[in-house]
Design a protein around this ligand. Structure first.
Ligand SMILES: [Zn+2]
Length: 243
């Protein structure tokens, strides 16, 4: 899947043609919104058109189109301006990039351990589940310092596409047992690289470099079954206790 937000991560407001509409839903020729997936919640924001405006409350794919579900029963027409909530997107980019750093350090420290689940929350906290049978939770907790080193080093991210078969053949490139990004129509899969630290398939939104994230805290580690460890993390200043 190729998204406008992958190619133009800094463009949060975009004028576009309404290509289809019904009461409460609109499809645009191009959209800056991330529709959710891979543990990252969908963007929030608004769509404005001549004579109307509404909040975007969700997304659905139907008939080959990405539909923006909008509050109320309005029907958009003509040209529309789509505007992503910048604060929400910023938090998601920070948190999502930091989940890759945690993931990379777990992968290195624990012998290629894989992700079994991930969920990010709007408050700037997240949980990641790893297949880590017998791991010492203190060793996981101790990764907080190297995570913050990687943030302070302000490491650049790079984005690329490789054929799905190639991605599947390379150990560690598909890191998750549960969440794999959908390939593009031509069979390519998106690769997100934190240069020198991590390289993995992912379809979410990320920072241009790690230094744009605030510090990260490891809040808590829970044992979930024999194999799973659930690591709860939060951006500095976020309690993360509600999730
Ligand atoms: Zn990602």
């Amino acid at each position: 899947m190729r998204l406008y937000c992958h190619e133009h991560p800094e463009t949060l407001t975009l004028e576009s043609e309404v290509i289809d509409a019904r009461p409460g839903a609109v499809a645009l020729a191009e959209s800056p919104f991330y529709p959710g997936g891979g543990g990252q919640p969908a963007d929030r924001g608004r769509i404005r058109w001549e004579g109307g405006e509404s909040a975007v409350v969700g997304f659905e794919y139907a008939g080959g189109l990405l539909w923006h579900l909008i509050e109320g029963n309005a029907e958009a027409k003509g040209k529309a301006e789509a505007a992503v909530d910048p604060a929400f997107r910023r938090i998601m980019r920070q948190l999502h990039t930091d989940t890759h750093i945690l993931n990379a350090l777990i992968f290195q420290a624990f012998d290629g351990a894989l992700v079994t689940g991930v969920q990010m929350y709007e408050d700037g906290s997240a949980r990641m589940d790893f297949d880590l049978p017998g791991a010492d939770n203190e060793r996981i907790k101790a990764l907080e310092a190297p995570i913050n080193d990687a943030i302070r080093q302000d490491i650049a991210l790079r984005f690329d596409y490789v054929p799905l078969a190639e991605a599947e053949a390379q150990h560690g490139l598909i890191r998750s047992r549960s969440v794999a990004p959908p390939p593009t129509p031509d069979g390519l899969i998106r690769i997100v690289e934190i240069v020198g630290l991590d390289r993995q398939a992912c379809g979410g939104t990320h920072l241009a470099s790690t230094g744009a994230s605030p510090a990260l805290r490891i809040l808590k580690i829970d044992n979930k079954g024999r194999h799973n460890r659930r690591v709860r993390i939060a951006l500095a200043g976020v309690s993360g206790l509600g999730n």
